[in-house]
Ligand binder design. Structure first.
Ligand code: ASP
Ligand code: MG
Length: 437
C-alpha cells in the first residue's frame, strides 16, 4: 500500500450526512468532525445530501420556477461562503449559474442534472470543511465514484455488479493516498453516461451501495432524529432510543410505514455490513445488523389512509392482484389469503376512490372499508401467538377490523380515530414495559 493512507486491511466506514443536519455552513464542520470521529482519513468515505429543503426547491426550479432556484442557490452559496470564504462561494455560484439554463427543461435528464445541484454543491462545501480541518478530500458525483444506475432518470435502480467493480477502482486509490472521498448522494450515471437520480431520499441508497461495494464495516447515517425510536414522538409518550435493531426488523418497520429510509435501502445491504443511524453530536445511535436481539417487540409504527378490502370469490392470486395495484400507485401493506376458501383480506394504502374499480375484475364480490389506520408492532417476537394475545388485551374493548401477522410484525387495522390511543397503549404495555421487555 502506498504511504499516507490507512493500515493494510483497515475496513472502510461510510458516513452519510443527511439533509436534516445541514441547515447552514457551520453544520458542515460539525458533520465533518462527527465523521472523522468515526474513522480516520484512509478509511473514511463520505456521502452527502443536499441541504435541508434544497431538493424541494430544485424540483420546483426544474418546472421553471426561477425564484425557487434563486432561493436554493442563495442558501448554498451562503453556506459555501461561511465554510470556505469567497473562493468556495465563487465555486458554488459557478455551479449554480451553469445549471440555470436547465430550469423548466423539457429534457428529463437536464432536469435531473438541475435537481442534483443540491448534492453537487453540498459535496463541494463538505470537501471545503474538511480541508479547513486540514484533511485532504475530493468531491465526486455519484457517477464519478462508480455508481451506475438504469431506468427512470428521477428514480433509477443501481446496477450493483457494474457498480462494485467501478467503485473499487475509483475510490480505493483515493483511500490509499489518505484522501477522503466526498460523494454527492442521490446521483449515479447510466450506460449512456447521463446523470440519473436514485429516487427521493436516495442518498441512503448511495451510502449503502458504496458500503457494500467497498466491503465496509459500517454505514453511519447522520440524521437529526439521531437513531430509531420505539415510536413516533408526536404520537406515543416518551419513546426510547433503540440501541440495536436487526435488518429484518428495520425492513419490516420501513415496509409498514416508518418513513425513515429510502424504500430500496436494504436491497443493497450485503453480508457483514451493519448500519448505524446516529445524530451528529451523539457518540452512538441505533445499530442495525443481522442479529435478532434485545426486546422482542421494539417499535410501534402507525400509518394512516388505509382501506380494507374483503374479496370473495377470487379470480386471480392475491399476489398478482397486489402487484397490479402496486403498478397503479397503491401500496399493499398486508394481505391474507384464506387457507380454506372464504374471503381474502387486503389492506391497501392510497386514495380509495377507484380502488374498488381496480379490484373488481379480481373477485366476484368486493367490500371496502375506508378510513382506517394500521397500528403495527415490530420486532422478532411480534409474530408470536403470545404477542397477539397481549396486543388484543392492550386494545381493550376496541376490536380491530383485521389482524395481520408477519414473521417480524403484528398489524392491527383500526378506525383512524382510535389509532393514536391504541398506539399509546401498545407502546406503554408491550414496548416500554410489560412482559415483552
Ligand atoms: N436530497 C435528496 C432528497 O431530498 C436525496 C436525499 O436527501 O437523500 O430526496
Ligand atoms: Mg432521508
Amino acid at each position: 500500500m502506498v504511504g499516507g493512507g490507512c493500515a493494510p486491511n483497515a475496513r472502510v466506514v461510510v458516513v452519510k450526512v443527511g439533509g436534516s443536519v445541514l441547515n447552514r455552513g457551520s453544520d458542515y464542520f460539525a458533520a465533518a468532525e462527527a465523521a472523522l470521529a468515526r474513522a480516520p482519513p484512509g478509511s473514511l468515505v463520505l456521502v452527502v445530501s443536499a441541504m435541508r429543503g434544497v431538493t424541494d426547491l430544485l424540483i420546483e426550479a426544474s418546472h421553471g420556477d426561477l425564484e425557487a432556484l434563486n432561493a436554493a442557490c442563495y442558501r448554498m452559496i451562503d453556506a459555501a461562503l461561511e465554510v470556505g470564504g469567497k473562493e468556495l462561494a465563487g465555486e458554488a455560484a459557478e455551479r449554480c449559474s451553469e445549471k440555470r439554463g436547465l430550469a423548466g427543461s423539457r429534457d428529463p435528464y437536464g432536469a435531473a442534472r438541475l435537481v442534483a445541484l443540491g448534492e453537487e454543491v453540498s459535496s463541494l462545501v463538505l470537501r471545503g470543511a474538511l480541508s479547513q480541518l486540514g484533511v485532504e478530500a475530493a468531491s465526486l458525483m455519484g457517477g464519478d465514484a462508480g455508481i451506475s444506475a438504469e431506468g427512470d432518470p428521477f428514480d433509477a435502480a443501481v446496477d450493483m455488479s457494474a457498480t462494485s467493480v467501478a467503485v473499487q477502482g475509483r475510490l480505493k486509490p483515493l483511500l490509499e493516498r489518505g484522501v477522503v472521498p466526498v460523494v454527492a448522494g442521490y446521483t449515479g450515471v447510466d450506460l449512456e453516461g447521463r446523470l440519473v437520480l436514485l429516487g427521493r431520499g436516495g442518498s441512503d441508497v448511495s451510502a449503502v451501495v458504496l458500503g457494500s461495494a467497498l466491503r465496509a464495516d459500517r454505514v453511519v447515517m447522520l440524521t437529526e432524529a439521531g437513531g430509531l425510536l420505539t415510536g413516533d414522538p408526536r404520537l406515543v409518550k416518551s419513546p426510547r432510543l433503540l440501541e440495536r435493531v436487526s435488518l429484518w426488523e428495520a425492513l419490516e418497520a420501513a415496509r409498514l410505514g416508518l418513513r425513515k429510509f429510502h424504500p430500496r435501502t436494504f436491497d443493497y445491504v450485503t453480508q457483514g455490513l451493519s448500519l448505524e443511524v446516529s445524530g451528529v453530536s451523539s457518540p452512538r445511535g441505533t445499530i442495525i445488523d443481522d442479529r435478532d436481539s434485545g426486546r422482542p417487540v421494539k417499535m410501534v409504527v402507525v400509518n394512516r389512509g388505509f382501506t380494507l378490502l374483503e374479496l370473495a370469490g377470487l379470480k386471480e392470486s392475491l399476489d398478482a392482484l397486489a402487484a397490479r395495484l402496486a403498478g397503479s400507485g397503491y401500496r399493499v401493506a398486508a394481505l391474507e389469503a384464506p387457507p380454506g376458501g372464504g374471503s381474502a383480506l387486503l389492506a391497501v394504502e392510497g386514495p380509495w376512490e377507484g380502488l374498488v374499480e381496480a379490484t373488481r375484475q379480481a373477485a366476484a364480490r368486493v367490500k371496502a372499508f375506508p378510513g382506517l389506520a394500521s397500528v403495527a408492532l415490530v420486532g422478532y417476537g411480534a409474530g408470536r401467538p403470545a404477542a397477539l394475545k397481549a396486543a388484543l388485551d392492550a386494545a381493550g374493548g376496541s376490536e380491530p377490523l383485521a389482524v395481520f401477522r408477519g414473521a417480524y410484525s403484528l398489524g392491527l387495522l383500526v378506525p383512524d380515530e382510535g389509532a393514536v390511543e391504541l398506539a399509546r397503549s401498545l407502546h406503554e404495555s408491550l414496548v416500554v414495559s410489560g412482559p415483552w421487555r
